[in-house]
Design a protein around this ligand. Structure first.
Ligand SMILES: NC(=O)C1=CN([C@@H]2O[C@H](COP(=O)(O)OP(=O)(O)OC[C@H]3O[C@@H](n4cnc5c(N)ncnc54)[C@H](O)[C@@H]3O)[C@@H](O)[C@H]2O)C=CC1
Ligand SMILES: CC(=O)[C@H](N)C(=O)O
Length: 330
């Protein structure tokens, strides 16, 4: 593989991941370390890592807004791949537009420049949030109108276009996947519109009650984290000649809060689900794709998801069930 040493911060370096302490970064680092070796993946963030993360492999402080520091990390560690995960997500982005603009847009510019300057292979995640109310929503193809109405979505469309521009202009090996809402068992979401689909599992097992902040009929594309991380590594390892585009939709399942609750109720019949709609998140969700067309990813580099809704629910409840049994035993 082409990884000599990676960093993940919410980048991965040699592989480096910056933005690495969020919902996805710790899982990505662990996934890449299994593949490339513990010391070949550096995780970075501006937050202090919890002990288990600190002990699991190289971690460094890196602020995506500090270009000189990014360059120093790449040079000193001979980084070859960079996974750029730092971002403010959709709901927190609307609550702090100027910070979202800085991290999601200025931060991206720094990453593009450092990657182009040092010949890195660069992964930047995009999102279903890169589409808007005038995009076709059911299904949403790779190429269509993209007029998002959040700073998060605007910054991601910008990232897709800038990455493609750097590819044609400077030969940067830029690779990008549009992720659906990602559901993870052992990490908390960072302030997005799809967070409810993670929180329901925590609450169902802990309290037997869940208050959902989206309407019961809000349909959104979703994916289990294991599929998301595997897709990320697969597109990074795909032969250059197999990629006909720089940015691909990837899809696994699509459901509403009512459908998710129905599936969880099969395992926890006493679960009580109520709805208290957050108008900001609801407006965002109503502008996003309902189903994602990922036929290009399947055709070009063989993308195939493993987890549908029933497997997702069983896996999440097994994880939370065993966690709560451990907690009770202690
Ligand atoms: N979690 C999801 O459902 C989805 C995530 N994505 C994308 O995947 C990436 C990772 O997402 P999550 O892990 O969920 O996000 P998160 O919000 O959980 O984590 C983001 C991380 O970025 C870090 N960060 C913020 N400002 C920074 C700075 N100036 N310098 C360095 N690090 C900084 C934060 O400390 C945090 O640890 C993001 O780019 C997001 O847009 C895309 C679609 C879905
Ligand atoms: C789908 C995403 O990009 C993220 N989870 C969010 O809801 O903002």
């Amino acid at each position: 593989a082409c990884v000599s040493r990676a960093a993940a911060a919410q980048h991965l370096w040699a592989a480096a991941s910056e933005g690495g302490l969020g919902q996805l970064g710790v899982g990505l680092a662990s996934f890449l370390r299994k593949r490339f070796g513990k010391d070949n993946v550096i995780l970075s963030d501006i937050r202090k890592p919890p002990e288990h993360v600190f002990l699991s492999g190289p971690f460094i402080y890196s602020d995506i807004l500090d270009y000189k520091n990014l360059r120093e990390i790449v040079v000193n560690n001979r980084i070859t791949w960079l996974f750029h995960y730092s971002a403010l997500l959709s709901a927190v982005g609307e609550a702090n537009v100027s910070l979202a603009r800085a991290v999601n847009i200025t931060g991206l510019h720094n990453v593009l420049d450092v990657a182009a300057e040092h010949g890195l292979r660069l992964f930047v995640p995009s999102t279903i949030g890169a589409f808007g109310p005038t995009s076709p929503r059911n299904p949403t193809p790779d190429l269509c109108i993209q007029r998002p109405r959040t700073i998060y979505g605007v910054s991601k469309v910008h990232a897709e276009l800038m990455g493609e521009y750097y590819y044609y202009r400077y030969g940067l090996d830029f690779r990008c996947l549009r992720y659906p809402g990602i559901i993870s068992a052992d990490s908390q979401p960072g302030g997005g519109t799809t967070d409810y689909a993670v929180q329901i599992f925590h609450e169902a097992v802990k309290n037997g009650r869940f208050e959902c902040n989206l309407r019961p009929d809000t349909r959104l594309p979703m994916m289990y984290i294991h599929d998301c991380l595997r897709a990320t590594l697969e597109v990074m390892e795909a032969p250059a000649e197999s990629l006909s585009m720089r940015t691909y939709n990837i899809s696994a399942m699509s459901f509403t809060p009512a459908e998710l609750a129905q599936e969880v109720l099969k395992h926890i019949p006493e679960l009580q689900v109520t709805y208290n709609v957050d108008p900001v998140r609801q407006a965002i969700a109503d502008s996003w794709p309902m189903n994602f067309d990922d036929s290009n990813a399947r055709k070009d580099w063989g993308w195939k998801h493993d987890f549908d809704l029933p497997e997702l629910v069983t896996t999440m409840l097994n994880f939370h069930g065993s966690e709560s049994r451990v907690a009770q035993a202690n």
